[in-house]
Design a binder for this molecule. Structure first.
Ligand SMILES: *Cc1c(COP(=O)(O)O)cnc(C)c1O
Length: 486
């Protein structure tokens, strides 16, 4: 195509054909209204949707992506039916399984502005305002936890990546190269989240020695046994390196004795990491702060705003006390970045994470915090702590065997009437879970604790209030009655 007139004609044609990618005001308004209406319809129903919907989204399979577009009038019903109403209703008040979050509305609006502007938030130079919102959120959380002024962090996609960033920072801080991995020791409990196992493997540390420290009756790490193990490991010529504490384990919600672990880490010059992906934000409350005492002494902390700050999925966070190993682990550069001035006074997300281009994650968290202030978040978290105690007392009255009193907002319990064997009790609890899933008022998940099939009630959504917990208690009572009728 050397004839310039032909080139120009072809370009015109291509421009016209690609025009739908850039809708004008009228089309934007219509599309936005249709989407916003679907969002409103969903939220109006949220209290009444089944907490788990057995639809598996098969309708999507009959609607493959084709050459020609399909109007929103046709797509929105498809999305409502086969996407939004398929599987767990994680935004519903009755979603009490795994670790709920909720997804506050103003975050979605923040995401809208972030995506419409498509601000680049990888490097301060490219989006100073965007990066500032992120760094101010991180600063605010570090202050709330009581971490020192030099603390640096990153907004990640979730707790798993945040844990990975913490682990590689700990590796750099101790100068661990391939040859020394087999003599390095990691201390954790059986309750550690599997994302930390993954992180160690991804970071090339799977040959490190891993010591599973026994837990007490409330599933917390035994600090005395940790101290003994470290002494024994040193005597055996090994190098104690990393202590993994939990600010709320996923299985049982247990908070390790963080202050005692911090003492040991300090004395033994180990890196102290606290995984607070579930429970970290309870530090925004007075009661939570007491439970989490010692978190402020961690070398690194992970929190999940999409759990205990109620944001939509896609928001994790890592805070690291000493920025040097964090930067060292993630350093990089290329000729194509030569125009970017180096501004040592500003932390760029790309310098402290594996990512370069990334979603502008600050707006979805900065906007609701600015708009509402911290107060309603603190109130909701206090409410969850109290609701967990309320549930704990009442589920025991229903005749369930309960686990330890909740450290945070997670209660473990099981149906185990006198005279049943372990296998019988396990089968009954499995049937309770299935009964609840079919019933649909609430969604619970379970775990195995020392071979016992155990139910978990996790109260963490900002939409879950006392009436939902009462519904849960009623549903559990009915599930047990159904079980007894056979
Ligand atoms: C959820 C969770 C993680 C993993 O976080 P994601 O955001 O799901 O990647 C890590 N640790 C704990 C304690 C968790 O509860």
């Amino acid at each position: 195509m050397t004839d310039s007139a032909a080139v120009i004609a072809r370009l015109k044609e291509l421009e016209r054909a690609s025009r739908p990618l850039n809708p004008g005001t009228g089309r934007r308004r219509a599309a936005r209204a249709a989407v916003a209406a679907a969002g409103d319809r969903y939220l109006r129903q949220i209290e009444h949707l089944p907490a788990f919907d057995h639809h598996r989204g098969e309708g999507l399979l009959d609607a493959p992506i084709g050459e020609h577009g399909v109007g929103l009038g046709e797509l929105i019903p498809l999305i409502e039916q086969d996407v939004l109403r398929s599987g767990a209703t994680t935004a519903a008040p009755g979603y009490l399984g795994y670790i709920p979050g909720g997804g506050i509305y103003y975050s979605a609006l923040g995401d809208y502005l972030a995506a419409v502007s498509n601000k680049f938030s990888g490097v301060f130079f490219g989006g100073p305002g965007a990066v500032r919102t992120e760094n101010m959120v991180l600063r605010w959380v570090a202050d709330e936890l009581g971490l020192p002024a030099g603390t640096v962090g990153n907004l990640t996609s979730g707790g798993s990546i945040a844990n990975l960033i913490a682990v590689v920072s700990a590796r750099e801080a101790h100068g661990i190269g391939a040859a020394s991995v087999p003599s390095r020791v990691v201390y954790l409990t059986s309750q550690v989240h599997h994302s930390l196992d993954k992180a160690l493997r991804i970071a090339g540390l799977s040959e490190a020695v891993v010591r599973q420290i026994p837990i007490d009756a409330a599933f917390r790490m035994r600090a005395d046994l940790l101290a003994e193990q470290i002494v024994a490991d040193r005597a055996a010529g090994l190098s104690p390196w990393l202590i993994l504490g939990a600010a709320g384990t996923t299985d049982t919600g247990a908070v390790d004795p963080l202050d005692q672990l911090a003492d040991i880490a300090e004395r033994e010059r180990c890196w102290f990491h606290v995984d607070g992906a579930y429970g970290g934000f309870f530090a925004l409350t007075e009661a939570g702060k007491r439970t989490l005492r010692g978190i402020e002494r961690a070398d690194s902390v992970v929190l999940d705003p999409h759990k205990s700050l109620f944001l939509p999925y896609g928001s994790g966070m890592v805070l690291v006390r000493d920025p040097e190993p964090l930067r060292q682990a993630h350093r990089g550069g290329g000729a194509y970045l030569q125009d970017i001035p180096d501004d040592p006074t500003q932390v760029s997300p790309a310098d402290v994470s594996p990512e370069l281009s990334r979603p502008f994650r600050g707006m979805r968290i900065w906007l609701p915090l600015k708009l509402l202030g911290a107060k309603p978040f603190r109130a909701a978290l206090d409410e969850k702590l109290l609701l967990a105690q309320y549930f704990y007392a009442r589920v025991a009255e229903l005749g369930f065997e309960v686990g330890p009193p909740p450290d945070l907002s997670l209660v473990t319990f099981r149906w185990a009437p006198a005279g049943t064997t372990l296998d019988e009790a396990n089968a009954m609890n499995r049937r309770i879970i299935e009964w609840l899933r079919d019933d649909g008022r609430i969604f619970l998940s379970s775990t195995m604790i020392d071979g016992r099939y155990t139910l978990r009630m996790v109260i963490l959504s900002f939409r879950t209030h006392r009436r939902t917990v009462d519904v849960a208690l009623r549903a559990l009572g009915e599930a047990v009655n159904a079980l007894q009728r056979g």
